[in-house]
Design a protein around this ligand. Sequence first.
Ligand code: SF4
Length: 412
Amino acid sequence: MTIDEKLTILTDSAKYDVSCSSSGSVRTLDFGGVGSVANGGICHAYSADGRCISLLKILFTNYCIYDCAYCVNRIGNDIRRAAFTPEEVAGLTINFYRRNMIEGLFLSSGIISSEDHTMRLILKTLRLLRHTYRFNGYIHVKLIPGASEDLIIETLTLADRVSSNIELPSSQSLALLAPDKTREKVLQPLTMAKNYSLEHQKHPIGMSTQLIIGATPESDLEILRLSTSLYKKTMLKRVYYSAYIPINNVKNLPSLGTPPPLLREHRLYQADWLIRFYGFGYNEIVDEAAPNLDERFDPKLSWALRNLHLFPIEINTADRETLLRIPGLGVRGVDKILKARRFRPLNVYDLETMKISLKRLRYFVTVGGKLLIDRSMDYQQIQTELLSLPKPPPSAQPTLFEYFYPTVMGEL
Ligand code: SF4
């Protein structure tokens, strides 16, 4: 099989993994080396499926001895298989890099022969890139759950980011659909990476994982509870949510042709953002009474509508934490307000001058003690008005294959 044929098969097989954005790590150019990683992380470009393509994103092999029901590469599937050698992956990476086509490598793999054998092949690729080619660019590799600690530790010394995909949000779903995996087994390499980062502060390693959304019945509450725990316990940089695309006709999974829940995926990313940057607890966003995110509104707006007794909030006196909870105000808007009001109290024209949209904000604030809406408005009225606001045209970027992405973008 030619390299071109392998590339066709193994780039296509890799497209279902979304856990590949850069970690913002820093690596300066060594004398005699090639490439560097900038402070802001590598630049991203996105293909038609909305995934990152500035990295060479490939599988080492799509052979796999596991039989995960949701995966195109499972052993039971009759698909075209291919496997690179470490020399081929290293050669491709350095050649694409020199031609300015990529800025780094994202390397994942099916399990070929055994976990240790697969991890050794990935490690050999990294050694070639770092030691033989002196490649200093960005490398993200998938750690192989169940591989030996010494192999994982050496991989950590050579990579910028690592991931180990949990895939299914509960142990029961894993047992049902991925019988070779357990939560503990998948988390084990991430725990090693966390310990490594704590011991080697000069080379902290970025870690991420992926959760498949909509393949199994877990609610958004269970998913966000798990993400929160992963951020706290394993120091993950990112949890990626991947709307399930039915590719196998398997009992217990959505049937072929079921559209992936892309809007749900989008709402989960918004909720995740609120948890990481806006000070929300997962149980403020979803709870036992309403365990799934409202698809009509972004999670912050939905939270505000359920907590109207906390509003209106005075723009001139509220602290940062409180301002961040106002729908329509993002981090940048809050920072502008805090800076400007140091000099004098703000009025509504100041907000407009700062290019802060009043579209949603006006329902939830007072400015200088004045309401911006009719005092008598209640939950139903606000909800009806918000639902009637014109929607921005759907962004072309997040489309996934042929499916339409009915999203509402903008600051939370
Ligand atoms: S181990 Fe990975 S590649 Fe193999 S079947 Fe499971 S998800 Fe697919």
